[in-house]
Design a protein around this ligand. Structure first.
Ligand code: SAM
Length: 213
């Protein structure tokens, strides 16, 4: 289920070219990917699953084996190079090929997705700490619209990274990071059903699982 050498190379290139939206130097590791995919599958009626920011498909490769025959997967990816690499992987990768007939690559920002589909599971790999407070607010609003009643949203954050970054940042950045912390805190309050702690990730991360009330 691993990433190929060319996936790592592409990720690193996009990190350099598009640091703001790529947000990480490496694709997510196995433990983080497994935690993000926790609520995928297991419903015989079929789930509509949305992965936001799949990049080179590190998490997608953990989502795919959990999909049943009635499940559907949408991958929404802003970066055209990643979207193209996902299309190639869906045609050729032994894990992703098995779900290619139930999977769509939607090359756009998640905020631009039409709101005519409600998803039972949303898995987000977005680097929220890189965005403005307004952008984070607008992404969370998008998740609210797209999530079906009783649906589950899973997304990650690096443990204590906002505090560490705030220590070495100027005033504007500190304000931005605090604003993101408040926005996420309000969103999670009363809605977080579980949190997974991934200490062996680099850097250590947690995965928030949310059901909106
Ligand atoms: C931290 S990377 C995660 C990649 C992958 N999920 C993983 O875990 O290795 C963030 C991904 O989100 C994508 N992205 C950033 N902003 C986005 C947006 N507004 N809508 C959709 N994708 C976005 C980036 O292009 C990148 O692929």
């Amino acid at each position: 289920m691993g990433q190929s050498f060319s996936d790592y190379r592409l990720f690193l290139r996009e990190f350099r070219r598009n640091y703001h939206t790529t947000g990480a130097i490496l694709p997510s590791g196995r433990r983080l990917s497994t935690a993000l995919a926790r609520y995928v599958g297991g419903d015989p009626r079929g789930q509509r699953v949305l992965e936001v920011g799949p990049g080179t498909g590190a998490v997608t490769r953990h989502i795919a084996p959990k999909l049943g025959p009635n499940d559907r997967l949408d991958l929404v990816e802003l970066n055209p190079s990643f979207a193209e690499s996902l299309r190639v992987a869906l045609a050729n990768d032994p894990v992703l090929r098995t779900v290619a007939d139930r999977t769509r690559v939607l090359e756009m920002a998640v905020e631009q997705l039409p709101d005519d589909t409600r998803y039972d599971v949303i898995v987000s790999g977005l680097p929220l700490n890189n965005f403005s407070v307004d952008a984070v607010g607008s992404i969370l609003d998008t998740f609210r619209v797209l999530l079906a009643p009783n649906g589950t949203l899973s997304f990650f954050g690096y443990i204590a990274i906002r505090r560490v970054k705030a220590l070495v940042s100027g005033r504007d950045q500190r304000e931005r990071l605090r604003g993101i912390g408040r926005t996420l805190g309000d969103f999670l309050d009363g809605n977080e059903i579980r949190r997974d702690w991934i200490w062996l990730n680099v850097p250590p991360a947690w995965v928030h699982h949310v059901r909106l009330s």
